[in-house]
Every structure is written in structure tokens, then in C-alpha cells.
Design a protein around this ligand. Sequence first.
Ligand code: SF4
Length: 476
Amino acid sequence: MPSVYIKTYGCQMNERDSEAVAAQLVARGYTLAKSEAAADVVLLNTCSVRDFAEQKAINKMQNIVGTARSEKRDQIVGFMGCMAQSRGRELIDQLPDVDLVLGTQKFHRAGEYLDALLSGTRHQIVDVEAEAKSEAAIREHLLNGKAKSSVSAYVSIMQGCNQHCTFCIVPATRGEERSRSIPDLVAECRELAASGVKEVTLLGQIVTSYGKREQREAWQSRPPQSAADASGDEGEAVADQTPVAGRMSPFVQLLDAVHAIEGLERIRFTSPHPKGYGDDLVEAFARLPKLCESAHLPLQSGSDRILKLMHRGYTGEKFLSIAQKLRRARPGIGLTTDIIVGFPGETEEDFEQTLALCREVEFDNAYIFKYSPRRDTPAAAMADQVPLAAREERNQRLLDLVNGIAARKYEAFVGRRVQILVEGPSRKNGARFTGRTRCNKIVLFEGDERHRGQLMEVKIERTGSFTLYGDPAIHL
Ligand code: SF4
């Protein structure tokens, strides 16, 4: 049977999509190759978030095609994912040896298309059309076939995003928000728990908007029952980001349903939007013990002026109040963020506001990005693009600040006992095992295979760069 090698660029959503494609191909009889040179089929699952990521994938493909040609090997090669979606046929015009371009709503067609290409019944396929219900097709897992442990798993709950932040290409590459149903997701999580998975991470481009579009459409399509309904008042209330008293957002309903699954010990989610942290979600952190005390809160900027230009829909003050509420609901919660420096029009004063907010919130970690214009996004056409030198300088200052705060936070763990879920051997040092705290910090310890999959306590003895070192033999 043909062998396949999938290389993934970008975020966890892409990792999950690659896993689902690999599982689909294995179910059809394909084997997983250990390297691209040994594979009959090579697929690059691409990312469009930064120009650099796109360029890397294109260079990689040129390299693969060139090597196969010089070694006189027949190989089917394809792009899939975000760049495949945004560039489509243009990729084949640029690289005529590419056989397949598979968009973000077409992952489930990978097997059928590859079979056709391998058998020669088709020659070059580009499919980037929208397809209804494709979000529900990212379902199969490869628990025992992947190098990583099967202790934790990603579950794709939705696709797309309607927020249209002005710097972001995701709405163009992933389309409108589309959510899977709660029963379907619960069934998938149950199957994972039955096969030994202890931790699930619910994934989507904007998970806190999970189910809102479907809820809104359901309300809008029901026959009017009262004067208020006929005027659309109720529909408006449901469409609001903040749930009315006593009503849980679909995302919190999903968290409740997954929480009830026996065998699952931990639940995480990413990526949320700060606007989605309504009181019901904050309260869920206090109420649901399996929901880990770890939250990602993408700030992007501390300046209200820049947040407005970014179309983020919150202010610095609102953001701070969400962080404070989360800390009250779950003391010790780990908070991480994403920040863009040098967004068009960002002045030194705007940037100072970002620094001030970071000092106030004290994130456990921050992913900092120098603004990079993406084609077809409103921000790329904005005036006052910030020169690269200024972006780099701000990037370094912010990095110094967040690293200093994070180092203090990590240092505070020394001497404490924490619960970890052991994932498997460390990638860098096979003699060490790696686990994750509930607040999402990596812990390395001298372990062995018998620890894999265990929830265990370790005592933290020292820290490294964004790593804790623990001792599993606890002496009281
Ligand atoms: S909410 Fe996230 S995925 Fe959606 S447009 Fe904004 S940055 Fe992009």
C-alpha cells in the first residue's frame, strides 16, 4: 500500500487536521512514512498567519519536488490547509509539479483524491470549494499511530471565525463559523476516554463563539410565538455575546457535557476570544473541577485605540476585569496571551499601554508577534505602517518584560507540589519524562514508561526557561 508523510506548519488546529487526514488514510490502507524521502505521498499542511510561514512551505515543496526529480522517484505531492485555501490554483501555476491542492473544507476528501492521483485516473486536483458540514468530518484520531502519547487529544469543535480582526487572514482561509453538535462531540470524547485519553483540548479558531451561529439560526427560523418574538427581540438577546442571566452559552453547555464523561480527567480549550469570557464561562472555571486552571486570553494590544483599529471588540479595562474575574474564580490560574507589536499606527504611547497592561496582568507566558501584513486584510492597506526597526525594538522590550514576569512566576513553583499528567518521554532527553501541570506548565522529571498516562504529584525542585523540574519521590 502507498505510504504518506504529512508535514504540518502552524497551530494546533493544523496539527489536529493533519492527524484526522492521517487517520483517514490509514483506514484506507495507507502506511505512515518516517520521512518525506521514503513516502509515496507527501502532503504539506500549511499556515497563512504570517508571510514567513507561507514562504517556508513553498520553499519546502520546491525542495521536495527537486529532490524527487533528481533521484528519479515518483512521488505525489500536495498542499493542504490555509495556504492551499487562500492561493488555490495559483500554487500549481507557481509549482507545476504539485499534484494536489486541498482546501480547509476538503480534508475528508484526501483519501479519494490521492487514490485517483496514484492510480493515474486523475492528474492534478485543486479543490478549495466550501462544503456544508465539513466541520464534522474532522473526527478520526490516530491515537496509537503517532509518536506522541495518547494521553491527551485535540478535539475540533468548530471551524471558521466571524470576528474579522483587521490583521487576520483566518476568516478568509477557514470561512464562516460552523460548529459541530454537542452529541457528536460528546460521542467523540467518550471514544477517546474509552481508549485511554485523560485530557482533551477543545479546538477552534474562536471556541468561545461555539454554537452561537447555529443557535441564532435556530431562533430565527422558528415561527413567531409572541409580539416580542415577532419583533425579533428574543433573537437579539440570544445573539448577544453575553448570555442573559440563567442561560448558558453553547460553549459552556458543551463544557458541561464533556465534563460529565467518565474517565476524562482534564479539559482545556483554545483559542478563545476575550469577548467570549462571559460570566457563565468564568463561573465554569469555579464550578467544573476537570476544567484546568489555565486560560488563554489573546490581548493583542493594550491600547484602546489600536484595539479598535484591530476590530477586537473590547478595551484594555474590560480585558483587565476579565483577567481579574478569572483569578478570583480560580486562584492560581495560568494566564497566557498573544500580543502583536507594531500594528499600523501604533505609537510609542500605544505600546507603553501594552507594557502597562502586561505589568498589571502578569501573564504566565505571552506569544509576541511583530505585525506582518497579510494580503487581503484591511490592516495591510492601513496608513502608518510601523517600520521594521521599531517593530523589532518593541518586540524585544516586550519580550524582556514578559520573560522577567514569567521567570518570577516559574520561580514561585520551586518547593511546591503539583499534579501533572505524564505525557511521555521528553523529546530532547529520552531519559526524562514530561508532564503538564493543570495550569499548563511543562514539568520534566526522571521517569519511565510506567509513569505514562498517570496523574501524579511531583515536587518542583528548580526551574528552567518555561520549564519546571520535578521529583516524583515526594518525602513529606
Ligand atoms: S478572532 Fe482570532 S481567528 Fe478570528 S479574526 Fe480575530 S484573530 Fe483571526
